[in-house]
Design a protein around this ligand. Structure first.
Ligand code: PXG
Length: 437
């Protein structure tokens, strides 16, 4: 290992126990395809596609080339009152990939900005149609929608909310659908829990539909540890939203771009939301980008409103040329290598492999869908998260990058993986689980 030419101290790391990390840092210095290389020169198998995002695998040549060429050709073009071809071409490709009439794309630079954009579009949509009283937003417990004030307001992860005051007013939360007694070790969608969608009717009864703008959910909750929607649940949410004129937003920042073996979870579950938020996989995380895909009637409502600027919202870097080039090259690679189909065809093998962990010490639940899996460990008495964190550290020492949230390990590998990678992922996790008390 060469000596570090940098100091660890000045960087305030996000979502990381800084003091714990800096005492024993895990530094990644390069990556290729399914692997990272650590600072001490070890190859680390990536079972999480970075942070649920490197869907095409690391440092793929066609994407690298596209970014390099773009940087040499047009580094930046103003977003307002100007355009550049890449943003339009990428929007068109995304619109083609999205199901039904989800056919207009608004670009942001992250999932958090995508969520903020979608919530604002929902409010402005009702207003432009003369229903300005529809202002309430409905999220869900345990949801992760990023860290902007919009996202943490509709989000449902207590630690992400508790330090930050009163958040957005007028937000309600649906109950989450995870229940160990009713659904432990389900393969794919649990049979139990569709009725939890009916809680939306109670919220509507409380406030009246005329005051409710939108419901936002992750079709599969990712960050909280892979919570798969019960059979029929998303369909019921859709039906209740339809009945009351409420917009349904799917936050597909994780599930978009092949994670479930289809372009979007909306297609996988055959449920059409009014908007989809995306980020991560759109560029395979090579350049930050996020966005919202909007159904035609929503877009049309704005375009038939008063003349002038239809939506007073946008970012300096909306549709940034480097991100657009990376996105185009990434989507082309997904297509050429049939990576969504690869994900779909490996999903049953992945499912069997993760369920082989059922019955190991302290494993209280194993859950999966597509190429997403959660392995929930029992917490140590009085020390929630400690067992999960130890598992993460030991996996890393054994050459495997995994993800932990509380005591749940999560896997979401790049879509280029093979069965031997799957064997290595769950073989390593099994031996680590057997080692730790
Ligand atoms: N929505 C969803 C569903 C997400 O998963 C965001 C929005 C926000 O995206 P940005 O790009 O603003 O981070 C996310 C992000 C984890 C983890 O370890 C998950 C995310 C981010 C960081 C860590 O589970 N998801």
């Amino acid at each position: 290992m060469s000596p570090r030419d940098y100091d660890l101290e000045p960087f305030w790391m996000p979502f990381t126990a800084n003091r714990q990390f800096k005492a024993a840092p895990r530094i990644l210095v390069s990556a290729k395809d399914m692997h990272y290389t650590s600072e001490d020169g070890r190859k680390i198998l990536d079972s999480t596609a970075g942070l649920w995002c490197v869907n095409a695998g690391h440092c793929r040549e066609p994407i690298v080339r596209a970014i390099r060429t773009q940087a040499e050709t047009l580094d930046f073009a103003p977003t307002f009152q100007m355009g550049h071809p890449g943003a339009f071409r990428l929007a068109q490709t995304i619109a083609h990939l999205a199901p039904g009439d989800l056919d207009h794309v608004f670009f942001a630079n992250s999932g958090s900005e995508a969520v903020d954009s979608a919530l604002k579009i929902a409010l402005a949509y009702h207003r432009v149609r003369g229903e300005a009283s529809r202002t309430r937003l409905i999220g869900r417990e345990r949801a992760y929608h990023g860290v902007g004030f919009g996202g943490i307001s509709v989000g449902g992860m207590t630690p992400n909310r508790k330090a930050f005051g009163t958040l957005l007013p007028g937000v309600d939360h649906l109950p989450h659908t995870h229940n160990l007694e009713k659904m432990a070790n389900s393969r794919g969608q649990p049979d139990w829990g569709a009725h939890l969608a009916d809680e939306l009717e109670r919220i509507v009864a409380l406030h009246d539909a005329s005051n409710i703008a939108a419901v936002i959910v992750e079709p599969v909750q990712g960050s909280t540890g892979v919570v798969v929607p019960p059979k029929g649940y998303l369909q019921r949410l859709r039906a209740i939203c339809d009945k009351h004129g409420i917009l349904l937003i799917f936050d597909e920042v994780i599930t978009g771009f092949g994670r479930l073996g289809k372009a979007f979870a909306a297609e996988y579950f055959d449920v059409m939301p009014d908007m989809i938020t995306f980020a991560k996989g759109v560029t395979s995380a090579t350049v930050p980008m996020g966005g919202v895909i909007v159904r035609k009637p929503v877009y049309d409502a704005f375009m038939s409103g008063p003349d002038g600027i239809e939506l007073f919202h946008g970012y300096t870097y909306s549709g940034h040329p480097l991100a657009a080039a990376a996105g185009e090259a990434t989507l082309a690679l997904y297509h050429e290598e049939r990576l969504f189909a690869n994900a779909a065809s490996l999903a049953p093998y992945f499912e069997d492999a993760v369920h082989s962990l059922v019955g190991l010490p302290n494993v209280v639940d194993v859950r999966n869908i597509g190429l997403m899996a959660g392995i929930e460990l029992a917490p140590r008495t009085g020390k929630p998260g400690a067992r999960g964190y130890e598992a993460l550290v030991r996996c890393f020492e054994a050459g495997l990058l995994t993800r932990v949230t509380g005591d749940t390990l999560a896997c979401s590998p790049p879509l280029i993986l093979t069965t031997s990678h799957i064997d290595q992922i769950f073989g390593t996790i099994a031996s680590v689980i057997k080692e730790i008390a």
